[in-house]
Structures are given as structure tokens and as C-alpha cells.
Design a binder for this molecule. Structure first.
Ligand code: OAD
Length: 232
């Protein structure tokens, strides 16, 4: 039997848009009425931790209410025929709930907290709110386990290795404006098939990319069907 082809699915906010979670750059430049720098930077955390905690508490409530859409389900269905790794910039858990088994969250996870002094100390958040009195093993308060602007993205080398070994890369619902995540596309090998699914005018980072200009909930199931048929 031939070894299964390796697929990397690289997703951004657009894949969760049809589950009711807002994207970052499609609207008024605000993220749920806030400027990113007021809620998603280490400076914001130093200035007003309660505002930051409240903001992410609201996002957590939204995520828990949201359900995976047809794009998340189609991505999970690819696992029947391919070796699939999902590399997501999203902090929601919709890929996991759709059934994807290997999901790498480049920008962290909204359902996890971490120590505010040691990123290695991570804790699941059982309620919608981060408990304000919770302390890590080193005695510091919990903060959301998400990557803020200006912070390192420690999983980039792991993601880069996955992309470099992929036979097929599908990029779904990302404006490719935020680095270093956007640079991952350049890690794909010269022979890799690269497809972008996004209804917007995303400037293509390299030649030879097929742009399917539709919403994820229709484009992703169609592509999954096409890919599964192509190898059956
Ligand atoms: P953006 O908001 O920058 O881009 C969303 C993309 O989704 C755009 O290209 C839209 O055209 C596309 N889109 C909108 N609706 C869609 C749909 N129904 N189906 C498919 N695509 C759709 O979001 P990201 O690229 O994910 O980082 O943003 C990257 C990072 O910037 C985020 O992870 C976050 C943010 O600041 C951090 O918080 C560190």
C-alpha cells in the first residue's frame, strides 16, 4: 500500500467566520469594539489586566456557544484518506470539536490559561471566566494562554517543519498579514500543491497558488471531495 499523502491545513479567522466568530481585519479595524493594542498586547496586560481578562472571558463565552461549520467538518474528513495536520492561527477549539486529531494552535488557545510569569505553566479554564484568584505554581496570576502582539510564537519551527513536509497545503480564511505565521507558506516545498480558499483579495505569497475565491463552508467541502476522489 502506498503511504498516505501529507496534508497541512493552515487556517485563520475566516474558517470560523461562518460559526459566528468575527474575523480581525474584515470590518472596522476593531476586534469586538476594541482596538487590538488595548486588549492583545503585553502593554495592555500591564496597564489594565482586568480589561484584558474581561475581553477574553467574553471571547471564551462566544467560542463555547459556537459550533463547527462545514469547513471544519470537511477538514476533519480529510483524515480518512490523508495524513492531516491542522496549523491554525485561531484560538477557538472548533477544529478539535469537528474531529481534527492533530491541531497546532500557533496563537494559543482561549480555553487555556497560563502563568503570567512562565508560559510553560498551563491550566485548563473550566468556567467562562478566568478565576481572578487563581495562581500558578510560582504564585503569579493566570492570564489567557494566547500569543499577544509583540510576543514570540514558539510553535513556528514545529509548524514550519510540518509545512515543509506536506504534499498538499490548503490555506483557509487568512489575510496572511500577521507574521511570522504568514511566512509559513514559504516553507512549502517546490512540488507541493498549494490552494488558498478565501473570498477576499488576499495577495498570493508565491506563484502557482490556486485561489478558490469562495467562503470556507462551500470551498473546503468541495476541495476535500475533489482531493479524496483524486486518490480513490
Ligand atoms: P484576518 O481577519 O486578518 O483575515 C480573515 C480572512 O478571512 C480574510 O482574508 C477574509 O477575506 C477571510 N474570510 C472572511 N470570511 C470568510 C469565510 N466565510 N470563509 C473564508 N474566509 C473568510 O484574520 P487572520 O488572518 O486569521 O493574531 O489574522 C491573523 C492573526 O491576526 C490572528 O490569529 C490574530 C490576529 O491579530 C493574534 O491575536 C496574535
Amino acid at each position: 500500500m502506498k503511504p498516505r499523502e501529507r496534508v497541512v491545513v493552515f487556517t485563520g479567522a475566516g474558517v470560523s467566520a461562518e460559526s459566528g466568530l468575527r474575523t480581525f481585519r474584515d470590518g472596522d479595524g476593531l476586534w469586538e469594539e476594541h482596538r487590538l493594542e488595548d486588549v492583545a498586547t503585553p502593554e495592555a496586560w500591564s496597564r489594565d489586566p482586568e480589561l484584558v481578562l474581561r475581553f477574553y472571558d467574553e471571547r471564551r463565552t462566544q467560542v463555547r456557544k459556537a459550533v463547527p461549520n462545514a469547513a471544519h467538518l470537511a477538514i476533519a474528513a480529510l483524515q480518512d484518506r490523508f495524513e492531516v495536520d491542522v496549523v491554525t492561527q485561531n484560538i477557538d477549539d472548533l477544529h478539535e470539536r469537528a474531529g481534527s486529531e492533530r491541531v497546532l494552535h500557533l496563537h494559543g488557545e482561549i480555553l487555556m490559561a497560563r502563568s503570567s510569569v512562565d508560559p510553560g505553566l498551563r491550566y485548563p479554564i473550566m468556567e467562562d471566566r478566568i478565576p481572578r484568584d487563581a495562581r500558578c505554581a510560582k504564585g503569579s496570576p493566570w492570564r489567557p494562554d494566547v500569543v499577544w502582539f509583540g510576543e514570540p510564537v514558539p510553535l513556528i519551527p514545529v509548524a514550519a517543519d510540518l509545512v515543509a513536509r506536506a504534499d498538499r497545503l490548503v490555506i483557509v480564511g487568512t489575510s496572511l498579514q500577521v507574521w511570522p505565521a504568514a511566512g509559513l507558506v514559504h516553507e512549502a516545498g517546490p512540488a507541493a500543491m498549494v490552494v488558498l480558499i478565501d473570498p477576499g483579495e488576499v495577495s498570493l505569497p508565491r506563484p502557482g497558488i490556486r485561489h478558490i475565491k469562495t467562503k470556507a463552508s462551500s470551498g473546503m467541502p468541495e476541495l476535500a471531495l475533489e482531493w479524496i476522489r483524486s486518490i480513490d
